[in-house]
Design a binder for this molecule. Structure first.
Ligand code: NOJ
Length: 549
């Protein structure tokens, strides 16, 4: 695996487990039905406390900046403040202090490609062609006969150009029209954004999750994108000119320089899966762009051994030397993986196996709030929806609101999230599927997550070890080994074996394979037992974690 794995002092984010908090939905403290920072703070001990805590290492907060919330915070109107719905800067500082006291790192979301149309930069830019900020955004004249400057389509539907009567030009927006794209060719834009980065790092945040980075550069001659036949909407074009330009990489290199003054800070990039060279291109040469880049392949893949094996045997090794993999199964933009992987099978059993994979595959895992209790996608009616993107494509696409419903803490009427009507409805099963109920049950999904997190924390092999895929198992099973030297100089070896099929399977590994002890099984009633490589038995949708002798 990557050279960094062998370093004697690996950076914290390599062995850390991240937990994504969607601030709207984690905990409401002032009972307005919307989550907030004081609420999050009150729940930090749940994530990392002395007793009964889940045991993660870092939280990533989806955007909490002031915003008109057309894109639920990804339309920022002030990068150096906190949205009043969530609290104040002081509340954020208190949260940060408390998190650090508990040993939890805090990562902020940073939206680089666009701002809100309510940001004062955009207000200033649109006010006059002579504004000093005119060039901060992408303005262009239309073509003859009232045509737009190019045929580009926005990611969230419709054209990417909107006529602004005040500015008397078109402006570019790769997402919603309320999210004008910044012009990253303009040095003062980059300088202003790096000031934002310093503002938060100086306050003690531990890094950033960078939004939509492959969109940063555009071809500013505005050539038309070529058409693709047979597809609809955004995918009806080859996005050759409106994204994926070299400038995005130049900007990430510049940002890496900026954060070099903060040696512990981490940059985590989000790029479209179909960006040329793949999102992994944002590792750069391995040490000059981003330390972590999301890999969304498991978030899109079906539940089958083949795609997980491919991920381990081809995709992870393709990361440049010095880069470090990420393991992501769910986030705020996609249906939750319990439902996605569960299609056509036993969703509960697969969610347990997914937990094992998430926490033992090589790389930094990202948990999405609520997955530890098996929160499902909300079954929402049109009138419940809040996200404009979800509304626009409802009911033809699942949308994003179903994965953003409030955290299920207990069996009370609003699941302990709020006492008011929550901003999105809770599912009826929240009275059984919640932290309080599952924490009291040693066989629950929550207890499995907690156990695996504890095992991972104690194990150098699982948290930062090298790995190799064992090819000898049956085709429905995936087996891999992790290995690392411990502080005392001994070598620790762990093995993970997963049966992706709905049938039991029995097989043997070649003679000479190591014996061991089964530390955890995803089948609730399996007790700790010895691992005999000559007679391996896995139940339907079962995964086992083994310490090899
Ligand atoms: C990716 C974010 O995850 C998504 O929620 C957002 O809508 C877009 N980027 C645009 O900022």
């Amino acid at each position: 695996m990557c050279a960094a794995s062998r370093s004697l002092h690996p950076p914290w984010w390599q062995s850390a487990v991240f937990y994504q908090i969607y601030p709207w939905s984690f905990q409401d403290s002032d009972n307005d039905g919307i989550g907030d920072l004081r609420g999050i703070r009150s729940r930090l001990k749940y994530l990392r406390g002395a007793q009964h805590s889940l045991g993660v290492d870092a939280i990533w907060l989806s955007p909490i900046y002031p915003s008109p919330m057309h894109d639920f915070g990804y339309d920022v109107s002030d990068y150096v403040n906190i949205d009043a719905r969530f609290g104040t800067l002081k509340d954020f500082e208190d949260l940060l202090e408390e998190a650090h006291r508990l040993g939890l790192r805090v990562i902020m979301d940073l939206v680089l490609n666009h701002t809100s149309d309510q940001h004062e930069w955009f207000r200033d830019s649109r006010a006059s062609r002579l504004s000093t900020k005119r060039n901060w955004y992408c303005w262009a004249d239309g073509k003859s006969c009232g045509r737009r400057p190019s045929n580009w389509n926005a990611r969230f539907g419709g054209p990417s150009w909107t006529w602004d009567p005040e500015a008397r030009q078109y402006y570019l927006h790769s997402f919603l029209k309320e999210q004008p794209d910044l012009n990253w060719e303009e040095p003062s834009v980059r300088a202003a954004m790096w000031d934002v980065v310093r503002f938060w790092l100086d306050r003690g945040v531990d890094g950033f999750r960078l939004d939509a980075i492959n969109w940063l550069g555009k071809d500013t001659r505005w050539p038309n994108n070529p058409f693709r036949l047979g597809l609809r909407g955004y995918t009806r074009q080859h996005h050759l000119y409106d994204r994926d330009q070299a400038l995005a990489h130049d900007s990430m290199r510049e940002l890496r320089q900026v954060i070099s003054a903060y040696p512990d800070a981490v940059l985590i990039g989000e790029a479209a899966a179909d960006t040329p060279g793949g999102p992994a291109s944002f590792y750069g040469k391995g040490d000059d762009e981003l330390q972590l880049v999301f890999d969304f392949r498991l978030m899109k893949s079906p539940w089958c051994a083949k795609s997980f094996r491919l991920f381990l045997s081809q995709h992870v090794p393709s990361i440049p030397q010095g880069g470090w993999p990420t393991i992501v199964m769910s986030n705020h933009d996609q249906p939750r993986h319990i439902d996605r992987y569960g299609t056509g099978g036993d969703a509960e059993a697969r969610a347990r196996v997914a937990a094992l994979l998430l926490l033992t595959m090589p790389g930094t895992p990202f948990l999405y709030y609520g997955e530890e209790v098996g929160m499902r996608n909300g079954k929402l009616r049109y009138r419940d929806l809040r996200d404009p993107y979800t509304k626009r494509f409802w009911p033809f696409r699942p949308g994003r609101d179903p994965a953003r419903t409030p955290m299920q803490w207990d069996a009370s009427v609003h699941a302990g999230f709020t006492t008011h009507r929550p901003w999105l409805p809770l599912p009826p099963d929240s009275s059984q599927r919640n932290v309080e109920t599952e924490a009291a049950d040693p066989r629950s999904l929550w207890s499995l997550y907690r156990r695996l997190l504890a095992l991972r924390r104690m194990s150098p092999a699982l948290s930062r070890g090298d790995y190799h895929v064992i090819e000898e198992g049956p085709c429905d099973c995936v087996l891999y080994e992790r290995e690392a030297r411990t502080k005392t100089g001994t070598v620790e070896r762990m093995l993970v074996a997963v049966n992706f099929s709905q049938r039991p399977c029995e097989f043997a590994l070649p003679s000479g394979s190591s014996q061991g002890l089964v530390l955890a099984s995803t089948t609730a009633d399996a007790a700790t037992s010895t691992w005999d490589p000559a007679r391996i038995r896995l139940g339907p949708d079962e995964g086992q974690l083994v310490r090899l002798d």
